[in-house]
Design a protein around this ligand. Structure first.
Ligand SMILES: NC(=O)c1ccc[n+]([C@@H]2O[C@H](COP(=O)([O-])OP(=O)(O)OC[C@H]3O[C@@H](n4cnc5c(N)ncnc54)[C@H](OP(=O)(O)O)[C@@H]3O)[C@@H](O)[C@H]2O)c1
Length: 275
C-alpha cells in the first residue's frame, strides 16, 4: 500500500484505523484490536477527546505505548461537556482547546501530537481564535499539524487564509458523496481527506442508494472480495488524498479492512461505482 505525506512530510499508510468504537468494548478485546491494527501495518489511528471524554485516548496509550516510531495517533478537540455530567457541546474557546490538547498529551503519554484536528468549528467563537489557538500550540511544539472536521469548502478556505491545514475529516463513502466538493478542494491543495463512515456500503441495511449498493455487491463478487473491501478500494482509487479510517471492534473485520489496501478496482469498476 502506498504512503501519503500528511502536511507534505508526515508519512502514513493509506488505510488507517478509527478507534471510536473501541470505547464501549471489553477492555482486553479493544486492546487486542488496537495492537493487531499496528501489527498489520496501520500507522494512522484516529481518536478524539469526545470518545469517552479522553477514555479512548487512554485506552490507545494503554494498548500501544511505547509507540512504534512511525505511528501517527491523531486526536480531536473542540467538543466539551457543559458540566461534570452535562451535555456534550461544540466548544472552540481557546482555553478549552488548550486544556484538551494538554489533557490529550497527558493521556496519550506523549509530548507532541503530530496531527491535531478541530472536531467541529464552533459557530460561537471566531474561527481566527480557534485555528489561531491551534497555530500557537503548533508554534509551542505541542502539535505538529492542524486538521479540521465536518467543514464546508468556504470554511476550509477561511481557515487556510489563517493557518496551514494538513487534513480534513468529513463523512464520505461510496454511497454518501455529499462532501465531494470538499474532497475536490483537498485534492487540489494536497490536503489529506480522512473520510469517516468509510465502510457504510459494507454494512447490512446501510442508508444510501440501493442501486450503488447493488453495484458494490456486483464488483465484490467479480473480485471475490467483500462489499466493505470494495467500498474501501473505491475510496483509495477515487482520490490520492483519501486516507480511510475504518473502525471496528473485531479483529476479523480489521484484517478484512486492511487487506482492502491490496485490492485494485479496474478503471471500469471504479467508474461504474463512481457514476
Ligand atoms: N470527525 C467526525 O465527526 C467523526 C464522526 C464519526 C466517526 N469518526 C471517526 O471515523 C472512524 C470511522 O467512522 P465510523 O466508525 O462512523 O464508520 P465506519 O468505520 O465506516 O463503520 C464502523 C461500523 O462498520 C462496521 N464494520 C467495520 N468493518 C467492517 C467489515 N469489514 N464488515 C462489516 N462491518 C464492518 C463496524 O462494526 P464491527 O465493530 O462489528 O466491525 C462498525 O459498526 C471512527 O472510528 C472515528 O475515529 C469521526
Amino acid at each position: 500500500m502506498s504512503d501519503f505525506l500528511i502536511g507534505g512530510d508526515l508519512p502514513v499508510r493509506r488505510i488507517g484505523f478509527g478507534a471510536m468504537h473501541l470505547s464501549g468494548d471489553p477492555r482486553d478485546t479493544a486492546i487486542t484490536v488496537a495492537r493487531r491494527a499496528v501489527e498489520l501495518g496501520v500507522n494512522l489511528i484516529d481518536t478524539a477527546y469526545l470518545y469517552g471524554g479522553g477514555a479512548n485516548e487512554e485506552l490507545l496509550a494503554e494498548a500501544l505505548h511505547p509507540y512504534p516510531q512511525d505511528l501517527v495517533l491523531t486526536t480531536k478537540v473542540g467538543v466539551a461537556r457543559t458540566g461534570p455530567q452535562g451535555e456534550w457541546k461544540i466548544d472552540g474557546r481557546p482555553a478549552v482547546l488548550r486544556e484538551q490538547v494538554d489533557g490529550a498529551l497527558r493521556r496519550l503519554r506523549t509530548d507532541r501530537i503530530e496531527l491535531l484536528q478541530l472536531h467541529r468549528i464552533d459557530p460561537e467563537t471566531l474561527l481566527a481564535d480557534q485555528v489561531g489557538t491551534l497555530a500557537e500550540l503548533r508554534a509551542a511544539g505541542k502539535i505538529g499539524r492542524i486538521g479540521l472536521s465536518e467543514i464546508s469548502v468556504t470554511e476550509l478556505d477561511q481557515a487556510r487564509s489563517i493557518v496551514d491545514i494538513a487534513s480534513v475529516q468529513n463523512r464520505y463513502n461510496v454511497l454518501d458523496r455529499e462532501h465531494e466538493p470538499v474532497l475536490d478542494a483537498c485534492a487540489r491543495a494536497g490536503i489529506a481527506f480522512l473520510p469517516w463512515r468509510p465502510v457504510a456500503a459494507g454494512s447490512a441495511g446501510a442508508p444510501g442508494s440501493p442501486d450503488v449498493a447493488g453495484r458494490v455487491a456486483a464488483v465484490a463478487a467479480e473480485l471475490d472480495a467483500t462489499a466493505t473491501q470494495v467500498a474501501l478500494a473505491w475510496l483509495l482509487g477515487h482520490s490520492p488524498v483519501i486516507l480511510p479510517i475504518p473502525g471496528t471492534t473485531r479483529v476479523a473485520h480489521l484484517e478484512e479492512n486492511v487487506a482492502a489496501g491490496r485490492i485494485r478496482l479496474s478503471d471500469e469498476q471504479q467508474a461504474r461505482l463512481s457514476s
